[in-house]
Design a protein around this ligand. Sequence first.
Ligand code: ZN
Length: 263
Amino acid sequence: MARMPGAVWRPITINHTKGGQQSVRGVVVHIMDGTYAGTDSWFRNAKAKASSHFGTSRAGALCQWVDTADRAWAQADGNRTWLSVENEGRGGDALTDDQLDRNAEVLAWAHKTYGVPLQVADGPSGRGLGYHAMGGSAWGSHPSCPGSRVVAQLAEIVRRAKNLAGGTAPSDDEPSTYTPPKFPTGLAPNKAKPSAKTLQRALKAAGYMAKSVKESDNYGPQTQAAVVKFHNAHPQYRAARVTRDPAIGPRGWAALFRLAYGK
Ligand SMILES: [Zn+2]
C-alpha cells in the first residue's frame, strides 16, 4: 500500500486493478481535457473504464484516487509500470504554476518511494517523468495528451522535484510533506544540528575539508576551519552566532548538503 502524504485521498472503488502495479518506471503526465470535479466523478462511473493515481486542479489541489500498489487505468500498456497524474485543463493548455509544483511533488515522492530518477524519460522503456503521447499506439494512441505546451514544461517539473529532493523550501509557503531521500548518514539536511561526523563527511564531499582528515565526534579546529571556509564562500549562510557545536545553521547545512551530495 502506498499513499502519498500531502495528497487528498479520494479512493475510487472501480476502474482500476487491485495489486496490479508491477513496478514503477516513472510518472506519466496527462491533461484531463476537462475539470477536476468532472474527472473525479467520471472515474467513479463504471462506463469510464479509466482512472489515474493522482489528479491536480488548476488552483493547485492534489488528490490520489488509486493506491500506487494498484494499477490505474490511464495509459493502456503503460499502466503496469508507470504511475499517472491527470491535470485539470483543456487540450493545448499549459499547466499552471501550482500544477507544476504538485507534479513535482508527486515525482519527488516517487523518487523517494520507488527510486524514480529525477529526469525526463526518453520513452516507454525509459525511466523518470514521462507523458501519455510518448507511448504511442501501445498506450492507446493519445498524441495530444498532454499537448506540446505541457511537454515543454516537463523539464521544469523535474527541476522543481530536484529542489524538493534537496530539501529546499517549496516556491510557495505551503508546508512541505516531503522528506528528502538518500541520506548517507541518516540525517535530513534541514536538521539544524548534524553530528560532527555527519558535518565532516559533508564538508569533505563538498570539498571544504581534506579527505585525509580523520572523522571524529569532536567539533575540532579542522572542522571549524572547514566551516569557516564554507561560510567565506557562502556568507549568506553564516549563522548569526557561530559559537556552538556544530557551528552551522539550518540554511547553511541545507546548502552544504546540496553541494556535497548534489541533491
Ligand atoms: Zn492521457
